[in-house]
Design a protein around this ligand. Sequence first.
Ligand code: URA
Length: 433
Amino acid sequence: MRPQDLIEKKRDGGELTRDEIAFLIRGYTCDEIPDYQMAAWLMAGFLRGISEAETQALVEEMLYSGDVLTHDQIAEPKVDKHSTGGVGDKTSLAIAPIAAACGVAVPMISGRALAHTGGTLDKLESIPGFRTDLSLDEFRRVLAACGLALIGQTKEIAPADRKLYALRDLTATVPFRPYICASIMSKKLAEGIDGLVLDVKSGNGAFMRDLEGAQTLAEMLARIGRGMGKRVVALVTDMNQPLGRWVGNAVETREAIEMLQGTLDGDFAQLSIELAARMLNIGGIEEDLDTARTRAVDAVTSGRALDRLRRVIELQGGDPRVADDPGRLPQALLSRDIRAERSGYVTGIETDEVGRVVMDWGGGRRRLEDAIDYGVGLNIHVKLGDPVKPGTPLVTAYYNDASKFESMADRLRRAWSITEEAPPPVQMIKAIV
Ligand code: URA
């Protein structure tokens, strides 16, 4: 078999066999197939389509590209949560400690920033010293010691996704359901979980902009997970504005810590409690969803969830003092408000553009090897439906590169639509699969 023949087959609209998908994924994972051939195949698939059978083969080949964990020594139900990606989505940082404090073991494998969306690993790495590249033994030890462990794809677990995730990001092949399914499910199924809660984002900050596309993605993800014997629930949630009040790495980590310190108002806290409650529910810890929500809130107000976060930070080499004093996280040197120029109500926010501004100001990568400026971020003052007057701050920008301020401020000002009529209220949870 030759990679160019499989590129040609897909280019011409053919369906690859299981053996052909295996050849591609195995060859790419062990560096026998170069990036340029895999990129060509990914784009051919993106344009010509990938069948359900090919998607299933991709999931399985990517899953078995590395080790598939088991955690027989851990008695607690093993449950994880994964988001399909959004802007300001820091829920993993809050949910994993909450669920762990309620008796769920959370072996979480996350990703880095992808396209305009932020990544859990980058947010975690804004904590001084925090390591997301644990060996398998370390991962197991941390999980056993504190009920959660937070890593990225490694050479041992989901190595195919590790390479493909970065390649898709650089070749405009991210927002495609078969690839998203294979990427997410290959890492999640490798974790050794019993159950999975999926947060499928829909809107202008998500990879699936329309509700129908997000619902189809949720159904595909749930079908694959259930077909592999896992309990799965997928929530389709709103991503037509940044989640919470902050966008950036260290600033979102701080927002998650403040939530665990007891700040329970706003859409970010509301969604985090809901997702954590769903984890307790499918983990069999709590049948009744209302009681599960109360237990998740109690894990925060009692300080038990924050304690879990402090412990996991310490066990993964980070500075645990940030859990009590998030001022120890990296901070930008400069800050300035960007203000509204007219009065009315916020009726639209170009959420993907907000994510791109943070990335272009140094808060994300253009290439995998780029260093991240962890302190860069935005504080979002007005969200959908909020009234504004000329001079009302829309956003406070935190940055180090002053030369970019004018162009970034201009992009941000244009990202907010302000009209005379208030929009209908945002419905956070749009569907449950
Ligand atoms: N999250 C992932 O892990 N992979 C994707 O492709 C998108 C979101």
